[in-house]
Design a protein around this ligand. Structure first.
Ligand code: SF4
Length: 206
């Protein structure tokens, strides 16, 4: 059984899949407490559902793309089984994870979108180094940037550790850093990363 906050359909707001219709499964619980967290309601509570019940809810939307999010989905061990069942049922599966827990058991077919927490998050240093070696082609690393210091830290990471095959995403923290300022810094440095903005917030949808 998994503790589920909500299952809903929306446009994917982040990652290289932004703009695509997607079903979101938001699991309960998180091991971090980021200063800018906008899903604190997912820290606890939710409804206990079996993998079969979750699959049945997902099927109602008739959308082929599914994302596990939270909270932190990997806090619940059964999330691994859920991802495998979704893959076996023909879904394209994304995992949004905060980067602090190992992705070793996540099925290979799943596209992992991994946060690298910067100082402005208040959870700097939480990245599980084992995940760097476990990244595969098509996976994504996301830097959520609060200020210039965060930007420079993310830039240093990209220049020293970025490698072929996985996507790098820079995103401004809503109401902390002006998106146009982040865009300007990226262009000035000609950084080979993808700028993103939370599309669902721009649209005012879930
Ligand atoms: S990892 Fe995500 S859900 Fe957890 S506190 Fe940070 S922003 Fe919130």
């Amino acid at each position: 059984m998994l503790q589920v906050i909500e299952i809903f359909a929306s446009l994917q707001g982040e990652s290289s899949f932004a703009g695509l219709p997607c079903v979101f499964i938001r699991l309960s619980g998180c091991n971090l407490r980021c200063s800018y967290c906008d899903t604190t309601y997912a820290f606890e509570g939710g409804e206990w559902l079996s993998v079969e019940q979750i699959l049945s809810e997902v099927e109602k939307f008739n959308i082929p793309l599914v994302e596990l999010t939270g909270g932190e989905p990997l806090c619940q061990k059964e999330s691994i089984q859920l991802m495998q069942v979704l893959i076996d049922s023909g879904y394209r599966v994304l995992l949004e994870t905060n980067g602090s827990l190992s992705i070793a058991d996540v099925p290979q077919e799943v596209i992992r979108i991994i946060d690298y927490k910067l100082k402005g998050s208040g959870e700097s240093g939480s990245f599980a180094e084992v995940n760097y070696e476990l990244l595969k082609s098509g996976d994504e690393i996301k830097f959520v940037i609060s200020d210039r210091a965060d930007y420079l830290e993310a830039k240093r990471w990209v220049e020293s550790r970025g490698r072929e095959g996985f996507n790098l995403l820079f995103s401004p923290v809503s109401k902390r850093l002006k998106p146009e300022l982040l865009a300007k810094w990226i262009l000035e440095d000609a950084l080979a990363i993808r700028f993103q903005i939370q599309l669902h917030k721009v649209l005012g949808i879930a």
